[in-house]
Ligand binder design. Structure first.
Ligand code: SF4
Length: 272
């Protein structure tokens, strides 16, 4: 059986916030169209023809997933594959009101957790959202990103996109020590069928900022066989670095492994 720890679908690249250190660079780029239920189904069909089972299936951003007006349908579609995942997570920044149809889709779903980042930007609304979800029996995991004791100590700065021309040793060190590798063992994610190990690689390539490093992802819609795609997943799982790592500061933004920055700090004035 071929398994992965997680798989994440980027259901939107739109966001209502404008976070300064957004690692998706959402505020400074035009959004792509939201993922549709049909696209989700095509991706999940292709994915589960290659991968037998995942530990966690995510509907995430990009931007703020609750802005996708068809998220309710997408949750129901994901549950058609329930026998193939152990846990299911939907992400939110805790600032977008929950529609009645979304609430219905979230209710009575075994394995489901809402992963709610809280930046204390709209405290009353966020408390209302968390309360509504919990009152309806929905499991909510709140990630505190303000004040003292922020999750992960705050955010990291992945730095500028330019190629650094670093040595293999340095690339391996960054890759091995970055949170995507060290803590997550891969943040497998896709918006269009190209499944990347990390969001930096996925986002950089979809924006055309990074070269198309074909070895850094698995294209679910390529002509390769399922066995060839599985082999590519294995190669990436056992990789010592990505070519994308040369365009990234690694986990810390500096050589100081403890360096963290205020989460959710809002940009003022900058435009796309
Ligand atoms: S590009 Fe490399 S070093 Fe940067 S977050 Fe991704 S895996 Fe880690």
């Amino acid at each position: 059986m071929f398994t992965l720890d997680k798989f994440s679908l980027v259901v939107t690249t739109r966001c209502n916030l404008r976070c300064k250190l957004c690692d998706e660079f959402i505020p400074l780029n035009k959004p792509f169209p939201d993922m549709t239920p049909d696209e989700e189904r095509k991706i999940l069909d292709a994915f589960f023809s290659v991968v037998d089972r995942v530990g966690m299936l995510h509907l995430s951003g990009g931007g703020e997933p609750f802005l996708n007006a068809r998220l309710d349908e997408m949750i129901d579609i994901a549950y058609e594959y329930e026998s193939r995942f152990d846990r299911f997570m939907v992400f939110t920044n805790s600032t977008v009101k929950v529609s009645a149809k979304l609430l219905d889709a979230l209710k009575n779903k075994p394995k489901l957790v809402v992963h709610a980042s809280d930046y204390d930007i709209t405290p009353e609304r966020s408390a209302e959202i968390h309360g509504l979800l919990r009152d309806n029996g929905i499991s909510v995991r709140i990630i505190k990103y303000y004040g003292d004791n922020q999750d992960y100590g705050g955010w990291v700065d992945f730095g500028a996109w330019g190629a650094r021309g670093e040595t293999i040793e340095r690339l391996e060190s960054k890759f091995t020590n970055c949170g995507i590798t060290k803590h997550m063992r891969g943040n497998w994610r896709t918006r269009d069928g190209s499944v990347h190990w990390c969001q930096r690689s996925q986002r950089g390539m979809e924006l055309g900022i990074l070269p198309d490093y074909t070895g850094d992802y698995v294209d679910l819609f390529s002509d390769e066989s399922a066995a060839q795609k599985r082999e590519k997943f294995r190669l990436l799982t056992n990789a010592r670095h990505l070519l994308s790592c040369d365009h990234c500061s690694g986990d810390h933004g500096t050589e100081d492994a403890s360096k963290r920055f205020p989460a959710g700090e809002q940009l003022m004035g900058e435009t796309m």
